[in-house]
Design a protein around this ligand. Structure first.
Ligand code: SF4
Length: 217
């Protein structure tokens, strides 16, 4: 089973509590206005990899401990069969090794749509942050892009990890991780409105021009 992946990273510390594996899926059919991850939209055949290979990478990264796995994109639920295989494999690993990490997924689909069309996938998650990104609705929540998006705990583990108040164990304010990969600089996290433009200006003032960015087409 293949899965289309934009990127993976460990540790991610800005998309859920603790040190997490981050998995960004490639391909999104939703197209929210103001999306800062437009590079994840096309279904790129060159970004296919085996789910088994991805799970092997997760086991390697998490060998010394991890707090969670965050699945984002792109739109994870646009690849339901691959997402199912990934979630099944993560659950198997967790159970086999008696690990306690939680699994959180983002989705741009309304929660009601996910409950109708993908109840089986939701049952394999500990928490979800659903609903499309709405540029006109800023959010202070460190893990949500807009205020219509809510963190919903789906399992007993999810309720325990995310407590009664979603985000109660989150650091205050939004944070971004910046990473350098060869000639590419990429960020992880949910920026506040205007952060990416400010970052671009600061870099330009220091002589660094971005030739291509993910937050404009
Ligand atoms: S915010 Fe998420 S769901 Fe919306 S277009 Fe961007 S990647 Fe797709």
């Amino acid at each position: 089973m293949n899965i289309f992946i934009n990127k993976v990273h460990f540790p991610v510390t800005v998309l859920g509590p603790g040190r997490r594996i981050g998995i960004w899926m490639q391909g999104c059919s939703i197209g929210c206005k103001g999306c800062v991850s437009r590079d994840t939209w096309p279904r790129d055949e060159g970004k296919a990899m085996g789910v088994d290979d991805l799970l092997a990478w997760c086991r390697e990264m998490g060998a010394n401990g991890l707090d969670g796995v965050t699945i984002s994109g792109g739109e994870p639920f646009d690849q339901p069969a691959a997402l199912e295989a990934l979630l099944r494999g993560l659950a198997h690993w967790r159970q086999q090794r008696r690990l306690t990490f939680d699994i959180l997924s983002y989705s741009g689909y309304p929660l009601a749509t996910l409950r109708t069309r993908h109840a089986a996938l939701l049952s394999r998650l500990d928490a979800v942050i659903a609903e499309p990104y709405v540029d006109a609705l800023p959010s202070d929540h460190p893990w949500c892009g807009s205020s219509n998006q809510k963190l919903v705990a789906l399992s007993a583990r999810g309720k325990q990890v995310y407590a009664s108040r979603p985000g109660s164990n989150a650091p205050a304010g939004k944070r971004i991780q910046a990473l350098v990969d060869g000639e590419r600089v990429w960020y992880v996290g949910i920026p506040s409105r205007g952060d990416m433009e400010r970052l671009e200006e600061l870099c330009r003032a220091r002589g660094v021009e971005f030739s291509q960015v993910s937050w404009r087409s």
